[in-house]
Design a protein around this ligand. Structure first.
Ligand code: DPM
Length: 347
């Protein structure tokens, strides 16, 4: 029954159907994320045959490696059994340009995108503001360290490595760190909400592009799978993340400052803050632009294919990110800036 890249099975009545293979890394967070998407697909399409394929990748030892490098959905893969039809990723770990032939076919509703403070048990009840001076905060994210150092100069920041389980263990069982900073979304998915003692707002620490959203990566030409996963798209999350990814993509060529963002949707308007180094604010608002629905098949924006969401709304979101990046670059990439753009037909 093996034919081309696809796998089929025949049921008792002789009916042939395609098996959908979902690739996943073996870390606990990757499994949880993959299982949640598989459960949604199973609910929407009870008849499809889903198969979860564990992929050993060197990326498993550090949770922040660019996983797509190792995932067999890419490139020629000698091992057929590892060939998969979709891979679930944290959107923030996917590059703004995917290798040719691949696309993000779904961006799911965003979890809390903010960063969170997890305290050593002996400091319970404290915040970054009230921790003793010279307390050591664990993070290996340049973005988090850069913003928090500025905001809390009395604290020290040190690297902490390993997956989520390892980091929590290092925090609790030693005296090396007073607290660590992690994405609220990852903690929640692992069932560790109860360890979150503080959620950081944009004035303290803006989040990474795409943080908190899951993305489903597929072959760009696999129309059946693209159609199937497209119902998982959450339009508001898609538009926010297109704006954020366009912002990042435009800055990647321009500077090496850790990029941080904050987006909101209010009254059909996406608003976006973006940051480089300093914290001076600047306002920049765009006039409302009405848009018509248009067919938008096969078009990718910053790696995302969303043919059922207005192409014009997506274009506006993309321009929003690019405009903010340009503004930031023209200011020397040193300020927090704001841009807003109307997206009246966002849904
Ligand atoms: C990326 C970064 C980190 C991950 C860099 C950043 C954190 C690295 C670290 C691009 N990917 O955020 O500035 O702390 O050493 C990652 C996590 C999640 C996805 C864990 C986390 C879960 C949340 C989500 C690692 N990737 O950030 O605490 O799905 O957004």
């Amino acid at each position: 029954m093996e034919e081309g890249p696809y796998k089929y099975i025949r049921d008792g009545n002789g009916k042939v159907s395609r098996v959908i293979r979902i690739g996943t890394r073996k870390s606990q967070l990757a499994r949880i994320q993959t299982d949640s998407v598989a459960a949604k697909l199973k609910e929407l399409y009870p008849d499809v045959h889903l198969e979860i394929v564990g992929m050993s990748t060197t990326g498993d030892k550090i949770l922040d490696t660019a996983l797509h490098n190792a995932a067999c959905i890419y490139g020629p893969c000698s091992c057929l059994s590892h060939r998969v039809d979709l891979v679930v990723h944290s959107l923030k770990d996917l590059p703004t340009t995917l290798p040719p032939g691949f696309t993000i076919g779904a961006v799911l509703e965003r979890e809390n995108p903010h960063d969170a403070v997890v305290l050593h048990p002996k400091h319970v009840g404290k915040t970054l503001e009230t921790l003793p001076e010279n307390s050591v905060i664990g993070t290996s994210s340049l973005r988090r360290a850069a913003q928090l150092k500025k905001r809390f100069p009395q604290l020290e920041f040190k690297d902490i490595r390993g997956n989520l389980n390892t980091r929590l263990k290092k925090l609790d069982e030693k005296e090396d760190y007073a607290a660590i900073i992690l994405a609220a979304a990852g903690l929640r998915r692992m069932g560790w909400d109860n360890r979150i003692s503080q959620i950081l707002g944009p004035e303290d620490c803006m989040y990474a592009v795409g943080q908190g959203a899951l993305a489903v990566e597929v072959r760009a030409r696999d129309a059946d799978i693209l159609e199937m996963v497209s119902v998982l798209h959450h339009p508001e999350t898609v538009l926010r993340c297109i704006a954020e990814r366009a912002f990042l993509r435009h800055l990647e060529g321009g500077c090496s400052v850790p990029v941080a963002v904050h987006t909101e949707v209010k009254d059909s308007q996406v608003r976006m803050l973006g940051s480089g180094r300093h914290t001076h604010k600047h306002k920049y608002t765009h006039a409302q632009i009405h848009s018509q629905e248009e067919v938008d098949e096969g078009v990718q924006r910053v790696g995302v294919t969303a043919s059922k969401i207005s192409g014009e709304a997506q274009n506006k979101a993309e321009r929003l990110g690019v405009d903010l990046a340009k503004l930031l670059l023209s200011k020397g990439a040193k300020e927090i800036l704001t841009v807003a753009r109307q997206l009246n037909d966002a849904r």
